[in-house]
Design a protein around this ligand. Structure first.
Ligand code: C2E
Ligand code: CA
Ligand code: CA
Ligand code: CA
Length: 278
C-alpha cells in the first residue's frame, strides 16, 4: 500500500525521537566514562617513507562502555563537543598522552606524539594554559608533541588562530593540519598560518589507483607543500602500492593499516621492538 505523507512524517518524527534518545543516553554514559576508566588511548605508528623508521604515533581515543561495547569516536566526539564534555575528555587525553609518551621516551627518545585537538577545546580562553601546564607537569619537551588541527578549526577566526598558533610554536610544539584537502582553503592561504606539516586526508589515498585525478591532487599537494617548506604525511595508507606511490612522490611519512592499525600501549611496545626507530 502507498504510504501517506502523514505516515512518512510520523516515521521521520519517530526516528528523530529515537536519535535524540540515543544521544541523551550516550551523553549520560559519556559523563561517567572518565571516572569509570572507560576511556583509553590507542596509538597508530607513523613511518618515514625514505628510512622506513617509525618517527611518531597518533593518539586515538577509544571508549569501551560496559554494556554497549566500543563506541566509535566518530559517534561520541560530536556528542562530547555539543555537551561540553569535550573539555574534560580533552584534558584527560592530554594527560594520558603525556604519561604514555614519558614511558615511551625512555626506550624511544626520538618518538613524537600527535594529539587531535577539537575546535571547541582550541577556542577555550584557557586552552594555552591547560596545554602548557599538562606538558610541563609531565616534564616532557614540547618539541615531541604535535597538535592536529583541522582547517575548520583555524579558518573561521583566522587572526585569533594565528596568534594562538604563534604562541604554541613559541612554546615549542609542532602543528599539523589534519584532513587536509577536505576544507575549502587554498594551500597558499593556509601558509600564512605557522604550521609544520600537512596530513593528506585518507579520502584522496583511498582512490589513488582508481582515479587519476586523486593521484594528481596528491602529487600537487606534496609539491606545493614542499615548496612552502611544509612536511607531508598521508593517512589511511592501506596497501604497498599506495605506499610506493607516495614514497616516489616524495611524501615524507605514511600512516595507515599498511604499517599498523592503532594499538594499545602494550602492543605498541611489541610493534616498536620489531621496527627501526628514528
Ligand atoms: P582522524 O584524526 O582523521 O583519525 C584517522 C582515523 O582513520 C582513525 O579513526 C583511524 O583509526 C582511522 N584509520 C587509520 N588508518 C586507517 C586505514 O588505513 N584505513 C582506514 N579506513 N582508516 C584508518 P578513529 O580512531 O575512528 O577516529 C575517528 C576520528 O575521531 C578521528 O579522525 C578524529 O577526528 C577523532 N578523534 C579520535 N581521537 C580523538 C581525540 O583524542 N580527540 C579528538 N578531539 N578527536 C579524536
Ligand atoms: Ca588526526
Ligand atoms: Ca585525519
Ligand atoms: Ca578524519
Amino acid at each position: 500500500a502507498k504510504k501517506s505523507g502523514r505516515n512518512q512524517f510520523e516515521l521521520y518524527h519517530n526516528e528523530l525521537h529515537i536519535n535524540d534518545k540515543q544521544t541523551l543516553l550516550l551523553e549520560n554514559a559519556l559523563r561517567k566514562a572518565i571516572d569509570c576508566n572507560e576511556l583509553q588511548l590507542h596509538y597508530q605508528p607513523q613511518m618515514n617513507t625514505q628510512t622506513k623508521q617509525i618517527c611518531g604515533v597518533e593518539a586515538l581515543i577509544r571508549w569501551k562502555h560496559p554494556e554497549m561495547g566500543y563506541v566509535s569516536p566518530g559517534k561520541f566526539i560530536p556528542i562530547a563537543e555539543e555537551s561540553g564534555l569535550i573539555i574534560p575528555i580533552s584534558d584527560w587525553v592530554l594527560r594520558q598522552a603525556c604519561e604514555d609518551l614519558k614511558k615511551l621516551h625512555l626506550d624511544y627518545p626520538h618518538l613524537k606524539m600527535s594529539v587531535n585537538i577539537s575546535s571547541i577545546y582550541f577556542q577555550q580562553a584557557d586552552f594555552m594554559k591547560r596545554l602548557q601546564s599538562t606538558i610541563e607537569a609531565a616534564n616532557i619537551h614540547p618539541r615531541l608533541f604535535e597538535l592536529e588541527l583541522t582547517e575548520s578549526t583555524i579558518m573561521p577566526n583566522a587572526e585569533q588562530s594565528i596568534a594562538r598558533l604563534v604562541k604554541l610554536k613559541k612554546f615549542g610544539l609542532k602543528i599539523a593540519i589534519d584532513d587536509f584537502g577536505t576544507g575549502f582553503s587554498s594551500l597558499s592561504y593556509l601558509h600564512r598560518f605557522p604550521i609544520d606539516i600537512l596530513k593528506i586526508d585518507q579520502s584522496f589515498i583511498k582512490h589513488l589507483s582508481s582515479y587519476e585525478d586523486d593521484a594528481s591532487i596528491v602529487t600537487a599537494i606534496i609539491k606545493m607543500a614542499h615548496n612552502l617548506r611544509l612536511q607531508v604525511i598521508a593517512e589511511g595508507v592501506e596497501t604497498e602500492k599506495q605506499c610506493k606511490f607516495l614514497q616516489k612522490q616524495g611524501c615524507d611519512y605514511v600512516q595507515g593499516y599498511y604499517v599498523s592499525k592503532p594499538l594499545p600501549l602494550a602492543e605498541l611496545y611489541e610493534f616498536l621492538e620489531t621496527w627501526n626507530q628514528c
